[in-house]
Design a protein around this ligand. Structure first.
Ligand SMILES: O=P(O)(O)OP(=O)(O)OP(=O)(O)OC[C@H]1O[C@@H](n2cnc3c(O)ncnc32)[C@H](O)[C@@H]1O
Ligand SMILES: [Mg+2]
Length: 194
């Protein structure tokens, strides 16, 4: 089985990616090779995914897959977007959620549309000139209060109309079939013929 390094330090993400890839690859985490995360200096999810994948390939000497993702809120012109992980200034999920609820506190449901975005980038080595890049989007709406215990990040605030619950109330198995990450991964598998 081929080895793939997952270029993420986010435990929630790693768990989901592992569940989606574990049957095809021997997955290792970039944390085995380096505790330092690269600075995410790109202006887009794709740029940041490629930058993280190159860094992981460099420190591991192995092919690497990175995920850059986030929440784009329509009312906020797509913010927090690529800054989702540090929206509140800390890297803390609860503080990020509190800030988002505060910023949207007077915004009615009709204007609370949002999408989760995921960009995946695979590089064979640090200087790979042809990264494989796939994106996935997931539509939802920002709730007025947190609901649910599963998932991570903004999941407790993300309402999924089709299922009548927040994404933190979905079972991990179901989230992994329908999320932005699941869609990006589906496209990724198609591209690689997996
Ligand atoms: O860069 P790495 O090391 O992968 O870890 P990170 O947490 O910094 O990851 P990002 O830079 O891609 O930021 C993504 C943020 O977007 C949010 N996010 C992404 N996918 C999510 C999901 O499936 N559910 C809830 N929140 C999500 C969450 O707050 C993440 O911290
Ligand atoms: Mg990050």
């Amino acid at each position: 089985m081929n080895t793939l390094v997952l270029a993420s330090h986010n435990a929630g993400k790693l768990k989901e990616l592992q569940a989606m890839l574990g049957d095809r690859f021997q997955v290792r985490s970039v944390a085995e090779f380096s505790s330092e995360a690269p600075e995410e200096t790109g202006l887009s999810f794709i740029e940041n995914a490629i930058l993280k994948a190159r860094h992981a390939a460099r420190v591991s000497g192995l092919p690497a897959l990175a995920d850059d993702s986030g929440l784009a809120v329509d009312f906020l012109g797509g913010a927090p977007g690529i800054h989702s992980a540090r929206y509140s200034g800390t890297g803390d999920d609860a503080a990020n959620n509190t800030k988002l609820l505060e910023v949207l506190k007077d915004v009615p449901d009709a204007r609370r549309g949002a999408q989760f975005v995921c960009a995946l980038a695979l590089v064979q080595h640090a200087e790979d000139p042809l990264p494989v890049v796939c994106e996935g989007l997931w539509q939802g709406r920002i709730l007025h209060a947190a609901r649910g215990e599963h998932g991570f990040g903004y999941d407790p605030l993300f309402w999924i109309e089709e299922h009548g619950c927040s994404s933190a109330e979905l079972s991990p198995e179901l989230k992994n079939r329908i999320s932005h990450r699941a869609l990006a991964m589906q496209r990724f598998r198609q591209r690689l013929g997996l």
